[in-house]
Every structure is written in C-alpha cells, then in structure tokens.
Design a protein around this ligand. Structure first.
Ligand code: ADP
Length: 743
C-alpha cells in the first residue's frame, strides 16, 4: 500500500470504525490506527497509542483471552469473536458491555498483514436493533391496551408517550406529550405522586399502588378518582434509570361500590348498635356472634369481650333445654322469619339463675342465592310489663276472692249503650235466677219510689262530674217482692280523652244493718217523745213559780228559777233534736214554712241563750229588717245550735259575734267565735251524723254530734247552704244562707 493510500485508509478507519487496526510484525501487534468512537469509549488519545503494541494499553480494556484469540486468528487466518465482557475505561466513565470481533487482512502472499479489532457496544446496538424491529408493534400494543400506559423520560419525567387510554383517564389531549409531568398535570403538585415517581426514578425500584386516591382535573373540574398503578423504572443497558413506565387502571367505580357497601354495612351496624331494643347478628353453623348491641348485652348481663366473635352456645350454655336454640335452628333450616310474643328466658349470673320475660323475632340473613348465612335476633325485655300484668292478675284474683267471700255483687254499666252487666250474685240480690236477663230499666223499677229519684240523680252526677258513687237504697225483690236494703258504691272510668267508658262498682246487702238502725231510731223517737211530755209540764210549773216569785220579790228564787228554765230549755232542745233526728231518718221531717222577719228570730235566740249563759260576750250586729219564707222554729233551732256551739267551743270571756245580712239575693246568717277552731280535715265531715272532733281540748265538752247534722239537713231542705270557715286555735265562723223564696 503506498503512502497516499495508507493515509486515506487510516483516515477512513479512524472516522468510521469503532476499534483498532493492528499491524502484525513478527509476534507483536502494533497499533496502526484507532477509531474515534473507540477513543471516545476508552478515553485514550490517539497520539499516545499509535505505533505501540496493544500489550502496552491498560489491561482493563481487554478481554482476558484477547491475546490468545489474536494468536488464533493469526494462525487460522479466520475471523473470531470474543465472548461479551465489560470494558472498563479509565477515569470516571461508565463501564461498557461490549463484544469484540477480530478479522484478519491478508497481504498478497496470503499472510496476515493487519488485524481489524472491532468493538461493539452491545447495549446501543441492541437497542437500536430492537427499536427498529419492535417499536411499531409495541406501540400498537400499548395503544390498544385497556389500561393507561405512559412513558416518562428523564429526571424531569417528560411525557414521552401516552396511550389513548391514559389520555382518556387523564382527560388530556396529546398536547401533554413532551411536557414534564408536573406541567402536564399541575393538579399533582400537592399530591404525593410526584414525590413517589421521583423516588422510583432515584432508587430504580418499581412501586405498586392499590386503590390510590387521586385528584384530577377532568371535565374542567377537580374530581376524585381511584387508581391501581405500577411505576416501573426503565433502565439502560448499564442499569441506569432513564425513565418510568406508568401503568394505571381506574378503579373509581369499584371503590365507590366498596365504599357504599362499607357505608351500608357501617349504617347497618350503627342502626343495630344504636337501637333501643336488643339486637344480635349470628353467623355460620355455630351461630357465631358478629354483632350484639348494648341492650342485648344488658339482657344477657354480659360484656362485649365475653360475647363478640364467640359461638352463642358457648356464651350462654344455659340455653340448652330452653326454647331459643330450637327457634334459631328452625329459622336457619327454613329461611323463614319467626316471632314469639312472650317467652321466659333463664340466664346464669354470679348470683345464680335469673329470669326475664322477653319477646323475640328471628329474621334469616340470606345471600344472593337465598342460602341462610346467619340470623338477626331482635329481643325486647318485657319483664317489667309482664310482672306488672301478673301483679294485676293476682290483684284481680284476690279482689274476686274478696268479693265472692263477702258475698258482694258487681256491676258494670255502659253509659253510651245503657247496657248493664251484672254478676250472678247481684242477680241473686235482686231476686233473679242466674239465667234471667236483667236490664237497667228493670233494676230502676225495683228501687223503691222514695229512693228512685235519688239513685238516678246520683248516677247522673257521677257520670257527668266523675264523683264517686255511694248510696243506700231499698229495693223490692223480683219474685218475693220482699223489701231489701242495698248499698251501692262505684265510680266512672274514662278513656284518655275523658270520655266515660265504664261505670262500675259493687253492691252489698245491708238489710239487717238497716233494720237494726230503724229499730234504734224508733226507740230514740219513743224515748224522746216520752221525755217531752213531763218536760213540758216541768217547764209550765217553773214558769208559774217564777211568776209567783216575781210577785213576792224573792230575788234568790227568781234567779234560781231563771236558771232552771234555761236548763229545761236546753234539755228541751236536746230532746227536740233527737226527735227531729228520728223523724229525719224515717223521712218524716216536715217543714212548716211561713213568712217572718229573720232579724227578730236571731234576737230571740240570743235572748234565750243569754238566759243560761253569761260567760261570753255575745255581740249581736243588729240586722236590718229582713224577711224570709221558711220554717221559723227549725231555723231558730239552727241558729241556736250554731250559737250554743260557738259558746261551747270557745273559752269563757271571749267574744261570740253573730249577724245577718242580704248577700247575692240570699239571706245570710253568721256566727263567729274565738275558740278552738276546726282543722280542714274535720271541717269536711262536721256536718255528718254523730261526727265529733276527737282532740284533747274538746274531751270534756259534752255533745252527741247531731246538732250540725240536723242543721245541715234543715238548711238543705230549704235549698240553702251551710258551711264553715275556720282556723285552728283562732276561731271559726259558721254561715248559712236561705233563698228569698216566695210563699
Ligand atoms: P256536738 O253535740 O258534739 O256539739 P255538733 O254536731 O253540734 O255536735 O258539732 C259537731 C262537732 O263539731 C263538735 O263535736 C265539735 O267538735 C265541732 N264544732 C261545732 N261547732 C264548733 C265551733 N264553733 N268551734 C269548734 N268546733 C266546733
């Protein structure tokens, strides 16, 4: 080769060839030319190496068997390739994975004159080759992938490519290509993904994310989406990360369904947990307790730890032999709900076996195929209401026994339908046979005439005013027509709106008692009558003697006889009271009404009382002339009684005042004292027969407890009212009034 050709050849080699051209001289391989790429790869300089033997070059640039192969090529005059190895350049350059080929160049004599030492960077070579072959196919595949795929390049994560799905998921156009990710998707700025990608890039480790929440601008607004993703680092031949492949699949709908499911499970749980009635969810064959709310724990007297996640029969072994496992089994087997209203539930406690009354329902929990997965048990502790009911039942039973043993009759009357329901005993009392019908009208017809109106009025006022009803009356037996005395008591029962629904009570026979009373009354009447005649003549003689004494001027006798007359009057009043009482009881107290001035009557009574009593200051407020139409004698009796009581029940020397006036069209008389007074409790009963206040200051005061009873009866028969206003220890004022009736 002439010099010119040699220079041309060298220059060509140097610019195109990646390797060395070795000149073979005897046993040495002198460097004839070195390619630019090779120098670049190894960091050597041309001037330093040309003309030198390759054995002078750094060992690390060569495969350990290079020399051997060179010798082989020389001998066999054939091309050889070394197994790939890592070429270690000098300085801080990257090692390069290379393949070396050595080809012989023969001279005219057929001897090896040159060796072409070619170095191939496998990574670059492969990539280029692969890129050529695969790129189209791969991109096609990626584009059609049902998941979003994109390639991010460099530390800046420039969006190199993104398939359709990825653009769709991000709601972006191809305009984001070639933009760094943080600019393509500015909304990622405050989210963890850029940092995660950066970590993947730095550490070269892939990252997998599941159902990660991402905020993305889609449809021009920030939306929450959920993704499963993989960040796969892309590395070059030297293992250096040069990019990231991001694969993402949207799972928002799935997550939402899951969330809804979780929500509805949570809702269900919270409904169960917050329910006022006891709820329990058991699952599986051994009825494992999945949920038990507080009321259920209370019912069992257990705490959460003892119950949750444990089989029911282990929690409550005492259920064996009780009906509940049977109910549960029935629901599990049939898949049908079941409910029981009242069941006794026995349970163990440290203090022994206890008992509760419970109402239950059992509902199966079915899966989508209709198989029973578990059971919801609802329970209500009805112990209190059942015990109350049992108590009422016991009380009713006792009442029934009491009524039966006291031989009482019972009755119910419905005011709306006028239907009367009576017990067999009541029928018997009215003289009916057990199978005979008895109605309201027939009962009323049996009541004797003098009481019929009273009974009707009492029933009416009880119904309209809700008063208790307590009345004695006589009836005629249905068959025997015998007179019997009855006492009926009862009351009205109303519904929540106050409408009377039932009027009921009891009836007892008091004939014996009543006949006794009548006999007693007759006796009192007879005695009073017998006493009255001698007393009348006694009074006449006293008056005669008094008249005589006045003539003779014997003062002592006059005074004595005045006192005697007063006492006779008192006795007379007493006897008259007894007579009136017996007349009243027998219904024979008749009024003889006349028109008279009541102011005069008051004065007369005062004068009469003054005859015997000088111990008190009796202050009479003179009335204006006032006329009434009434029984003069009986009204006088009433005033006398009130005045005598005022004196009797107050200390000597105190004041007793009385007066009369016209008030609201009624004539009103009042008597007030400064005596012992009357308690509220007593003042209600004061006007009843034989009632006397029982307390120490009054023990010594004599009386029969009939004065006020008679007074009240007399005033009521005049259609007037009598009442008392009193304060204990301070005194009382008794009032009565009479209507201004025309004769
Ligand atoms: P008695 O014959 O006992 O006085 P009354 O029927 O007149 O019978 O009175 C009944 C009771 O009322 C008396 O026993 C007395 O306790 C009480 N009472 C009547 N008037 C007065 C009064 N002015 N002050 C206090 N208590 C009175």
């Amino acid at each position: 080769m002439d010099h010119q050709n040699e220079t041309l050849f060298k220059t060509f080699l140097e610019s195109t060839h990646n390797g060395l051209v070795l000149k073979v001289e005897s046993l040495s391989f002198l460097i004839f030319a070195a390619g630019d790429d090779y120098l670049q790869m190894t960091g050597l300089h041309r001037d330093d190496i040309v003309g030198k033997d390759i054995a002078d070059l750094p060992f690390s640039l060569f495969h350990p068997s290079t020399r051997l192969v060179l010798a082989g090529v020389l001998q066999h005059k054939q091309k050889a390739t070394l197994t790939p190895y890592f070429l270690m350049p000098a300085g801080d350059r990257h090692r390069v994975y290379v393949s070396v080929t050595i080809s012989p160049v023969l001279n005219d004599g057929g001897e090896v004159a040159f060796l072409i030492y070619t170095v191939i960077d496998i990574d670059t070579y492969m990539r280029k080759a692969e890129e050529k072959v695969n790129r189209n196919y791969f991109m096609q595949l990626i584009d059609q992938a049902p998941v979003g795929i994109c390639i991010l390049r460099g530390k800046e994560l420039v969006v190199e490519s993104a398939n359709n799905m990825m653009l769709e998921l991000l709601d972006k156009s191809a305009a984001i290509l070639n933009l760094p990710l943080r600019i393509a998707l500015p909304e990622l700025e405050d989210q963890p993904f850029l940092k995660l990608l950066d970590d993947v890039y730095t550490w070269g480790e892939p990252l997998v994310g599941n159902e990660s929440k991402v905020l993305l601008v889609r449809n021009s607004k920030l939306e929450t989406a959920y993704f499963n993703f993989v960040y796969q680092p892309l590395k070059d031949g030297r293992g250096v990360t040069t990019g990231i492949m991001m694969v993402a699949a949207e799972v928002t709908a799935l997550v939402r369904v899951k969330q809804q499911l979780e929500e509805s499970v949570a809702n269900f749980k919270s409904v169960v947990m917050n329910a006022h009635y006891a709820l329990l969810v058991v699952k599986g064959k051994d009825w494992m307790v999945e949920i038990a709310n507080q009321p259920m724990l209370n019912l069992w007297d257990k705490n959460k730890e003892e119950v949750l996640g444990r089989p029911l029969m282990k929690i409550l072994p005492e259920l064996v032999g009780q009906p509940f496992p049977e109910h549960l089994r029935r629901v599990t087997d049939s898949g049908k709900s079941y409910a029981i209203n009242e069941e006794v539930f026995y349970y163990n406690t440290p203090a022994g076996i206890k008992k509760k009354y419970v109402s239950f329902f059992y509902d199966p929990i079915l899966d989508s195929e209709g198989n029973v997965k578990g059971v919801i048990v609802g329970a209500e502790d009805i112990t209190n209401s059942v015990e109350t009911r049992l108590k009422i039942e016991r009380a009713e039973e006792m009442l029934r026994i009491a009524i039966e043993s006291a031989n009482l009759g019972t009755w119910h009357y419905d005011p709306a339908s006028k239907r009367l329901t009576v017990s067999p005993r009541l029928k018997e009392l009215f003289g009916y046979k057990p199978n005979e019908e008895m109605n309201y009208n027939s009962v009323m017809a049996q009541v004797t005439e003098e009481y019929r109106y009273m009974l009707l009025k009492a029933i009416q006022s009880s119904v309209s005013q809700g008063e208790h009803f307590n009345l004695e009356f006589s009836i005629k037996g249905n068959f025997d027509k015998k007179l019997r005395w009855m006492r009926a008591t009862g009351r009205i029962y109303r519904d929540n709106e106050g409408v009377p629904i039932r009027f009921s009570g009891i009836l007892m026979e008091i004939t014996e008692h009543k006949l006794d009373e009548i006999r007693k009354n007759d006796f009192i009447a007879m005695v009073s009558h017998e006493l009255k005649t001698p007393l009348t003549s006694l009074k006449a003689y006293v008056q005669l003697l008094g008249f005589k004494a006045k003539q003779s001027g014997d003062m002592f006798t006059i005074n004595s006889l005045t006192k005697v007359e007063g006492q006779v009057n008192k006795m007379n009043n007493m006897i008259r009271s007894f007579l009136d009482l017996s007349r009243l009881e027998a219904g024979k107290l008749n009024l003889e009404k006349e028109r008279f001035p009541i102011d005069k009557l008051v004065m007369e009574v005062v004068d009469e009382v003054l005859l015997t009593d000088k111990s008190h200051q009796i202050l009479y407020t003179a009335c204006k002339p006032l006329e009434v139409y009434a029984d003069r004698e009986k009204i006088g009796q009433v005033i006398n009684n009130l005045l005598s009581n005022a004196i009797k029940y107050s200390a000597p020397g105190t004041k007793v005042k009385l007066g009369c006036e016209l008030k609201s069209g009624m004539v009103q008389v009042w008597v007030s004292d400064e005596g012992v007074g009357i308690s509220r409790k007593d003042s209600e009963k004061l006007f009843s027969r034989f009632y006397r206040v029982e307390n120490t200051p009054l023990k010594t005061v004599s009386g029969f407890g009939i004065g006020l009873y008679l007074s009240a009866e007399i005033i009521q028969r005049h259609n007037g009212n009598i009442w008392v206003e009193s304060e204990e220890g301070k005194g009382s004022t008794f009032y009565f009034n009479l209507p201004d009736e025309e004769p």
